[in-house]
Design a protein around this ligand. Sequence first.
Ligand code: SF4
Ligand code: SF4
Length: 183
Amino acid sequence: MVRTAVRPDSPTFWKEVAATPGGAALATCIQCNTCTSSCPVEALDADFNVRQFIARIRLGLREDVLSDEAIWSCARCYACVAHCPKNVRPGDVLEAVRHIALREGRPGPGARHTRAFADSVRRNGRIHEARVTFASLGVRGLLRQGLLPVRMMLRGKAPALRRHPIKSVAEVQTLIRAVEESP
Ligand code: SF4
Ligand code: SF4
């Protein structure tokens, strides 16, 4: 993908990310590209580049970064964290960016999927795949899938339409509340 030129709109964006859990070591990045070289998502999608995300954050491209749907493509595998020579924890920096995007109520399938995933665990203690898929994609997104859902159904791979909460759902809810209320 050819990126069109964007202007910095928030010179202090890097400070905002650095102050968010996961972003603290952002400023020490030396742009060596080790993170990108070890990233499995980059191998599948050339538009996803974790080193460039760090550079864009430091350049102050706030809107450009927060509105980039690719921030949700990270697989949270932490290969980049294991290999970074400066302990920047680039995967966690992306987590901090996603955190800001969620806090601002950003739209888009990635943010919707994360909210639906969390709501499903809060409500059931586990994932209700059908509901999470519907909430993430919406009617239009599902229609864009074409015959895939039908083919999945025919092969017995479609997610169940009904899911009961697990027995210990109250314990899961207590854990989630504790995390949400922690500073
Ligand atoms: S591996 Fe670490 S230091 Fe190198 S570009 Fe990635 S985040 Fe920066
Ligand atoms: S945590 Fe995300 S950015 Fe880092 S290597 Fe894994 S997929 Fe790539």
